[in-house]
Structures are given as C-alpha cells and as structure tokens.
Write a protein that binds this ligand. Structure first.
Ligand code: 13P
Length: 250
C-alpha cells in the first residue's frame, strides 16, 4: 500500500498572516477528515518559519516550493535547501512547470536542486508534465520520459526510495480543464513503468500525485485510479474546506 498524499502548492498567494490563518483552519477541520491521508502544505518561503511552528506535532507537514541550485554564497535572492530544512520543513517541490516555463529551469539545474534537497534531508516532490501542444502532437510520452530520465535516473536507490513524483499536465494547471481520471491513470502507469526500468520493484512504492484543477468534486474519481496516490493542489489548496474536501476523496 502506497502513501496517500494531498499536498497544497500555494504558489505566490497569501500574506504570512493569511497563511497562518489558512493553516489554522486546516488544522481545525482536519480532525473530521484526516484518516489515512498525509497532508502537506507548501506556502511561500516567507511563511515557512511561522507555519512550521504551528504545525509541529500535528498531522500536517510542510514543504517549500523550490530551493536554490547552489549550497550557499553570492546568489542574491536565492534560498538554500539548508535554510529551508533548518526551519523544520520536510518537503520541497522541484521542477514545477511554472519554474521550468518562467524561470528557465533545466534538467541540469534540477539535478543540482534534488541533490541539495537530499543532502539536507528534504524529500523532493518532483513535477513532470506535458504542454497541450505536446499532448496533441503525441509527444507527451517522450517529454515525460525525458523529464524522468534526465533528472530522476541520476538518483541512488536510497534517494529514490524517498522521492515523490507529481504528474501535472501543463494544460490542466489553473485552467479548470482537469485531465480525465483515465488520462491521469494512463500517464501515471507510464511513469511507474518508466521508473521500474531503472529502479525495479522500488518504483512500486513511489507515490505519484496528480496535479491540475483538482477540486473536491473531481478528486474522488481521480484518486480511485490504481496508480494515482494523491494530488498536488493549486487553487483549491487556498481554502481549508476545499483542501480537506479533496482529502476526503480517498
Ligand atoms: P491548480 O490546482 O490551480 O490547477 O494548480 C495545480 C498546480 O500547479 C499545483 O502545483
């Protein structure tokens, strides 16, 4: 049985004060919803200190949305994996399509980020996914395979054991166009098969999350698929009720 995970990627939303309120609302609601679900919240860097304090000893874990590709030094504006981990953060999202698209993140940089995350005890949530054009031209399989081979395949077995993958088709992010449960399952099975080539039976345990317009009313059908182990949630993670409503989809 794989872990069931519902992770909220808040992106560049909320002030620290609003973020704390949101986490408090999630904590308040969680008593009635939690069950076997592992909830993770990924607020902006500026909120991490406060959010890790109020979630300590609770059922919610905390993730960052990125980390630097260097360990330390003259990199103005960057935040290192060590800084993040020192706050009690457990996870870090890496390779989100918004980072690839707007900030030029390459596989080479992502390799460095993953290694720094592991070196500091952070669990990476590594994102893959195709654009609409890539899907429509039939390139989706090659694109996702390359995103896995170029970054994940460099990991040792020990590192791979801790990895979480998120499949986020770019065309479904923030658009309200959710992949059908069958489309999600088809790609998740492909991802697992691709990982199995290198990591054999270890790939059976890797949580693969779906992301892209997940809402309380579509989560259940998507999470019911055998290779879907949870969700990486954007917009709907900003409302405690919706975030927990998605978790109730398990
Ligand atoms: P939405 O849920 O807003 O489509 O965002 C998904 C996402 O990008 C999570 O990382």
């Amino acid at each position: 049985m794989r872990k069931q995970i519902v992770a909220g990627n808040w992106k560049m939303n909320t002030t620290p004060e609003q973020g704390v309120e949101l986490v408090k609302s999630i904590l308040k609601g969680i008593g009635t919803h939690c069950g076997s679900v592992n909830y993770i919240v990924c607020p902006p860097y500026t909120h991490l200190s406060e959010v890790t304090k109020i979630t300590r000893g609770t059922n919610i874990r905390v993730g960052a949305q990125n980390c630097a590709d260097e360990a330390k030094g003259a990199y103005t504006g960057e935040v290192s994996a060590e800084m993040i981990a020192s706050l009690g953060v457990d996870y870090v999202i890496l390779g989100h399509s918004e980072r690839r698209q707007y900030y030029g993140e390459t596989s080479e940089k992502l390799n460095k980020r993953l290694n720094l995350a592991y070196a500091n005890g952070l669990v990476p949530i590594y994102c893959v996914g195709e654009t609409l054009e890539e899907r429509e031209s039939g390139k989706l399989w090659d694109v996702v395979k390359a995103q896995l081979e170029e970054v994940v395949f460099g990991l040792t077995d020990e590192q791979f054991r801790k990895l979480i993958i998120a499949y986020e088709p770019v065309w479904a992010i923030g658009t309200g166009k959710v992949a059908t449960a069958d489309q999600a399952q088809e790609m998740h099975a492909f991802i697992r098969k691709t990982l199995t080539v290198k990591y054999k039976e270890l790939a059976d345990k890797t949580p693969i999350l779906y992301g892209g317009s997940v809402k309380p009313d579509n989560a259940k059908e998507i999470f019911a698929k055998p290779d879907v182990d949870g969700g990486l949630i954007g917009g709907a993670a900003l409302k405690a009720e919706d975030f927990l409503g998605i978790g109730a989809g398990f």
